[in-house]
Design a protein around this ligand. Structure first.
Ligand code: NAD
Ligand code: UGA
Length: 458
């Protein structure tokens, strides 16, 4: 009899990862629980709580067969042999470490729930991204009761990216499993390796010491974000020197030692994790007295914010140093294409900066408009939301592209231009459009890391 799997936390990670395990291991019962009843209802409906290409197909194939979504956390824990903890670990907003450290309250409550409801031995797997040495705290909580239940804590960070979650889970670059150096931990690691080996080639399943595993997750996100900030920092220099950041990135990326990925200049990284994980790393370094190391990583976030401020400054400068009362259409609010997620989206900060300049901001997005409404609720009627990009742009002085949705490449640009006020400005915050063609149509084109193409210069 294959052992039961439970995941606590039915979010962007818990839902897709467990759906993948259920699909790849049809002889396993996989249950996903959450305190959020609406979310569980959505997982049990035709309208899943998150948008992720290919996810609905995987869920539909397994739900009710060996994949179950429930709010009965106690029962789930009692029946499970392997428990993945995939609750949110946002940045702390209060008290010590506010704005930097990870808020571990959800994770800590989950640990206590496991202790309360467990009546048999469990493998407890950290799937959430956590500060290094959290496994130690988790083990101590789990050992604090009087029951004879044995808990083996492992670290198995998740590396999926939103928008490509199903592809990433199907063919992961690697699966990382960390455990202690004890006989029981070795057995637990071997069991988790076996689970993944159902579809992941063995050479891609890495085992490591538990602290290395925890730190790798923070380090991997920090390194990826660092590349984005590096190219964005260079984009500012490109604009000052008439170099073209796309050409620079291409040439840099062809060096096999550097590689071409994560060198796309733009309005900066967003998403729920880069920002919080780097700040978490900064906090950890500071708490170990590693000030210079903390400062190095903090600079990645500084450049990210600078890039968004710089983008808005470029807009204002190009539009004759005022955008007050001008209609500005922001196309794209999701933090990247193919997701409805808007957490830490650069568009959020950019919209607010433009409202500070008294612009009349209209936001459009094919998937993220509901989230955008919620995120910007405090701006009241200073911001409009419009699903149709053509309606959003009609009558605007400027259109700014903040998410590189595929459908935006295929827009009828002559039609957009005809509907705009003159002079018409186009700001490409993702460097993904054909700037020469847009300039020839009549737009004044400003793209990150490139010399502006303006009809107004002479
Ligand atoms: P999320 O906010 O989408 O989901 C977390 C879920 O946990 C929520 O639905 C919440 O209700 C639930 N929860 C909180 N406390 C609970 C409790 N005590 N009992 C039951 N459920 C509880 O978060 P997410 O994006 O899935 O991220 C989860 C973790 O995975 C984070 O640590 C994150 O850093 C990490 N991670 C996220 C991604 C990503 O792409 N979003 C990728 C890799 C790793
Ligand atoms: C990122 C990592 O890629 C995942 O490995 C990790 O599991 C995840 O964080 C996490 O821990 O949550 P994600 O944030 O979903 O995944 O998306 P990415 O594709 O990494 O993009 C992050 C941000 O960087 C986006 O806003 C994207 O537009 C931006 N980006 C990315 C650039 O601006 N330029 C690039 O070249 C690449």
């Amino acid at each position: 009899m294959k052992r039961n799997i439970l995941c606590i936390g039915a979010g962007y990670v818990g839902g897709p990862t467990m759906a993948m395990i259920a699909q790849q291991c049809p002889d396993r019962k996989v249950t996903v629980v959450d305190i959020n009843e609406a979310r569980i209802r959505a997982w049990n409906s035709d309208s899943l709580p998150i948008y992720e290409p290919g996810l609905a197909e995987v869920v539909n194939a397994c739900r009710g067969r060996n994949l179950f979504f429930s709010t009965d956390i106690g029962r789930g824990i009692a029946e499970a042999d392997i428990i993945f903890v995939s609750v949110n670990t946002p940045t702390k907003t209060f008290g010590q470490g506010a704005g930097c450290a990870a808020d571990l309250q959800y994770w800590e409550k989950t640990a206590r729930l496991i202790l309360q409801h467990a009546t048999s031995d469990k493998i407890v797997v950290e799937k959430s991204t956590l500060p290094v040495r959290t496994a130690d705290a988790l083990s101590r909580i789990l050992r604090s009761g009087d029951s004879a239940v044995h808990f083996e804590v492992l670290s198995n960070p998740e590396f999926l990216a939103e928008g490509t979650a199903i592809a990433d889970l199907t063919h992961p670059d690697r699966v990382l499993i960390g455990g202690a150096d004890t006989t029981t931990a070795h057995a637990a690691v071997a069991e988790l390796v076996e689970l993944y080996a159902a579809w992941v080639p063995r050479e891609r399943i890495l085992t490591a010491n538990i602290w290395s595993s925890e730190l790798t997750k923070l380090a991997a996100n920090a390194m990826l974000a660092q590349r984005v900030s590096s190219i964005n920092a260079l984009s500012a220099l490109c604009e000052a020197t008439e170099a073209n950041v796309a050409e620079v990135a291409r040439a840099i990326g062809m060096d096999a030692r550097i590689g071409p990925k994560f060198l796309r200049a733009g309005v900066g990284f967003g998403g729920s994790c880069f920002h919080k994980d780097i700040l978490n790393l900064v906090y950890l370094c500071e708490s170990y007295g590693l000030t210079e190391v903390a400062n190095f990583w903090r600079q990645v976030v500084v450049i990210n914010n600078y890039q968004q401020n710089r983008f808005v400054a470029t807009m204002v400068r190009a539009m004759f140093n005022t955008v007050a009362e001008k209609r500005i259409a922001l196309l794209g609010f999701a933090f990247k294409a193919d997701t409805g997620d808007t957490r830490e989206s650069p568009a959020n900060r950019i919209a607010r900066l433009l409202v500070d300049e008294h612009a009349r901001v209209v936001i459009s997005d094919p998937r993220a408009l509901d989230n955008a409404r919620t995120d910007l609720a405090s701006l009241g009627d200073h911001v409009l939301f419009e699903p149709d990009p053509y309606v959003a742009v009609a009558g605007a002085d400027a259109v700014a592209f903040l998410t590189d949705w595929r459908e935006y490449r295929e827009l009828d640009f002559p039609r957009l231009l005809r509907s705009m006020r003159r002079p018409a400005f186009l700001f490409d915050g993702r460097s993904f459009l054909d700037h020469d063609a847009l300039f020839r149509l009549g737009f004044n084109v400003h793209a990150i890391g490139r010399t502006p193409l303006s009809h107004l210069d002479n």
